[in-house]
Design a protein around this ligand. Structure first.
Ligand SMILES: C[S@@+](CC[C@H](N)C(=O)[O-])C[C@H]1O[C@@H](n2cnc3c(N)ncnc32)[C@H](O)[C@@H]1O
Length: 428
């Protein structure tokens, strides 16, 4: 009996799509695979499925029946994207009406799903870009304005399932030994051609099933995020800051790649997320000084000793990682971008004060919007006379005047932006 899973999917979707809960919070690691598939799938294809449902419904559902609408979307998702036998998809979805306490809607859900089967994809002719690419229209406009010839490929890639990429802990294992371990556990993977520590799994797996995960042999991290650790020019005993460090993916990799650094400080504004940094450090057997603080509030956390290297993995729109976190399409609102750009500018400006002469800041976002990336750095550079833009060259992506950009769909990695800035003596 899987009707209860369809009902749970509709109820989970209600919290994600209507109450702003993140997918990560809403689905715990032990959620059944079918539940995850349905919730991620409907979140990803929401605008397309909603348009299809609206074309099939003879009159709109009442606001208080949003759960019934979501159940219809769960049904349509199974019929359009999954290889579940049609009769099972329809029957189980119709039966789920009882599980959400709305038996009256069984006839309606049944009628809509069967109408879809009769019409098939005929309704597609009436799709606008929002339905076709399943993104909110304001986001499509922003992405199209930034990437006028690539936007279609980017949006299509955002709706694809991403590969699961692992990063081995080079202090505890090596890539070929870990590949053998995976094979012994029945998990197939291949060396990532774009990252020395990376392994691409042929089929995604739960972290609990990864051999040696608890013992810190391996972490889950996209290829593009793995590039951060080698970009900052660091020497033994350097004092380094990771200013927006949680959950610690780039921090732990940097510590693995540079085990001989001096003091390494990791800050994050969220105390809950600082706990995740500590857990990750412990799991991987690494050390850093962790603090919950607003990195822009120097008087609260900075002891006045300059850093030779700073990683600023800034809070951003997340438009480069939508394929992994489709809820970003729902959580972000048009006004957010301007606020994020302002926050990033403040962080860059304040953290620059903590940087030693000749030291470097590595500015990173997982955004594909120019305002957060090239324009942000251009603005910073043009407002100061003590910044030198260093060249960044990575195995995939587009080189800009101020940094390096990867784009989902065009490059086989998440959308990231990297800019490396060195502090010069300036004119003062
Ligand atoms: C992109 S995530 C960082 C990911 C992390 N670097 C990693 O690789 O695992 C951005 C982080 O910035 C934190 N953040 C946002 N504003 C901040 C601020 N003003 N000071 C410090 N951390 C901040 C958020 O809590 C979030 O954890």
């Amino acid at each position: 009996m899987t009707a209860d899973i369809r009902a749970a999917a509709a109820q989970t979707l209600l919290t994600v799509l209507h109450q702003g809960r993140s997918l990560n919070d809403a689905l715990n690691a032990s959620a059944p695979p079918l539940l995850k598939e349905l919730v991620y799938g409907v979140t990803r294809w929401y605008w397309k499925l909603k348009t299809q449902a609206e074309l099939l419904l003879t009159k709109p559902l009442r606001k208080k029946d949003a759960d019934v609408m979501l159940l219809i979307l769960v049904g349509l998702y199974q019929l359009t994207e999954l290889r579940i036998p049609v009769h099972a998809a329809i029957n189980e979805t119709v039966n789920a009406c009882e599980h959400i306490g709305k038996s009256w809607s069984k006839g309606l859900v049944n009628a809509v799903l069967r109408a879809y089967l009769r019409q098939g994809d005929e309704s597609k002719v009436q799709f606008n870009d929002e339905a076709e690419y399943s993104h909110p229209s304001w986001m499509i406009t922003l992405i199209r304005d930034c990437w006028p010839t690539q936007w279609r490929e980017i949006l299509s890639a955002n709706n694809k399932r991403p590969p699961m990429v692992l990063r081995i802990n080079r202090l505890r294992t090596d890539r070929s030994a870990y590949l053998q371990k995976l094979e012994r556990c029945g998990l197939a993977g291949a060396p990532d051609p774009l990252s020395a520590d990376g392994i691409i799994l042929h089929t995604p797996a739960g972290v609990v099933d990864l051999p040696g995960f608890a013992a810190g042999l391996v972490s889950v991290q996209d290829t593009a995020a793995q590039w951060a650790a080698s970009l900052l020019p660091l020497k033994p005993n350097d004092r380094v800051l990771d200013a927006c460090a949680a959950p610690g993916g780039k921090l732990t990799h940097m510590l693995e790649v540079h085990p001989d650094l001096g003091e390494v400080c990791a800050i994050d504004i969220s105390p809950k997320r600082v706990k995740l940094i500590r857990q990750n450090l412990k799991r991987q057997g690494l050390k850093a000084k962790t603090m919950a603080a607003d990195a822009a509030e120097l008087s609260v956390w900075w002891d006045g000793h300059p850093f030779t290297g700073i990683v600023l993995d800034a809070p951003c729109s997340g438009t480069g990682v939508i394929r992994r976190r489709p809820d970003i399409k729902h959580q972000r609102k048009p006004g957010d971008i301007e606020k994020l750009v302002a926050q990033q500018a403040v962080l860059l400006d304040r953290l620059w004060q903590t940087l030693a002469p000749d030291g470097h800041v590595l500015y990173i976002t997982c955004s594909i919007l120019r305002a957060e990336n090239e324009q942000q750095v251009e603005h910073f550079v043009s407002s100061r006379d003590d910044v030198c833009v260093c060249s960044v060259d990575l195995p995939a992506g587009v080189k800009g005047r101020f940094g390096w950009q990867t784009l989902p769909g065009l490059h086989a990695v998440d959308g990231f932006y990297y800019s490396l800035l060195r502090k010069t003596a300036g004119s003062a």
